[in-house]
Design a protein around this ligand. Sequence first.
Ligand code: MSP
Length: 519
Amino acid sequence: MKYYVTTPIYYVNDVPHIGHAYTTIAADVVARWHRLQGHEVFFLTGTDEHGAKIAQAAATHQEPPQGYCDRIAAQFQADWRTLGISNDFFIRTTATAHQRGVQTFLQGLYEKQYIYKARYTGKYCVSCERFLLDDELVDGLCPDHRIPPQEHAEENYFFRLSAFREPLIHALTNDRDPHHFTIAPPERHHEVLGKLKVALADISISRASLAWGIPIPWDSSQTTYVWIDALLNYITALGYPDERSRIDRPVVSNVERWWPADLHLMAKDILWFHAVIWPALLLAAGLPVPRKIFAHGFFTVNGQKMSKTIGNVIRPEELIQRFGVDGTRYLLLAAFPFGSDGDFSLATLETMYNATLANNLGNLVSRVATMVDKYLQGRVPENAAGPIVGEVERRLRAVGAAFDTLKFFEALTAISQVADSINQYLETQAPWRLAKESPDRLPAVLGDVLRCLWLLALYLAPIMPTAAQTIWTQIGEEGHLTETAPRWLSQPPDRRPPPGPPAGRIVRPPSPLFPRLGT
Ligand code: MSP
């Protein structure tokens, strides 16, 4: 099975913050979860580098636009490396190959007469990079950015978006439509469908007055609207238009191999572009539409929207310094359900870190390693597989199902409850008492617990790859979890070998996984 997952490509008008990290970590979890099951994955992220907003940011920094973009794009790449993001490619919209792809695509639509020229007047919000309708304005201002939109009147090229209203409604509501696709969570599907049913107007896809963009191929006095440029990244990253493969048949091109995307992930702010404009462009070009579009919620920090003006923008490294990479990945996804809006405060993240990571999970791993070291000379006992192992495996299978449906909060809550149960099992079995009263029962109890930790590590791996590997090695496994796990997970549950490290392996003495935070 193959799986193609994307994040939005982020604007380089600002350095990466935890809003960008949130979506990127979520996509990384999805990518890792699929790889863990032995699927072939293409995971794409990148940066959106054209348009008025970026041109302004470069001017503010007194840098040439390309140099400015290079600097910020490098920052995104560095931050994603630090956060353990396993993207297979990083697309930049100022790359020559992307620009060529955009021009080929637009030329195709122009030749099919989906593009026409007209005069346009409207109110443009540079921060949104879109036109606002009069009834969207609040006191004459953009509702999101609280700034007055710019009056804009010029001749532009338009895309016949209105021609796709019926086909899109049909594709969204009929699962037998060859272009059927889904929008999740369901409330987002209803929201888009509701708006589509009201009306769908053509959109301007070029600018006459903005130099920082991709020239329209048949009229170099205009540049491509940044959103059209940006959406196309999802296919140009695959090498669209793949000229070589057309000659080279039967070689399958990367576009044929990976397109359509299985999942476009983003927040609800940019859902309309992905759920309506993007599929319409693809339909016009005769290309398949993405299979699923998932829009998660928006979060605030201490109840406020993150903004440079308020000065409450949190950079990923601030969280990493406090919670480590794995802790940061965990906490961002464990704080509130994926799909809902939420709020973060450093204080609540700290409490959660100490309770679930330091006290519960970290402590569990370290006490098990200590006991195996002390009571069994550090050796993994023969397989006993008592009922707790089956129970834990069953509960963790539900975690897999939660990953499949992007229910990260539910997945992490379940993982934490499983860790709780294993801790309780240790309390009731009390190996320290068995050591004195019936030492012959110790191997079965500690063996079971080791097998449970093996399972926990496996299901934690998409979220906390380093901690999972540390647990894996600590309980006596050799090699890399990501190499062993697919062989195990890809088999039907009733045919899998028993979980756990082989008997006789050495359990290493504990090193703290999640050091407790001082107050
Ligand atoms: N460049 C466009 C996307 C083009 S995709 C073809 C863009 N860039 S952006 O830098 O503004 O990123 C928006 C995305 O960043 C959101 O959709 C979301 O994925 C993420 N988030 C930014 N702030 C966030 C929150 N406060 N909360 C949740 N997600 C956040 O739009």
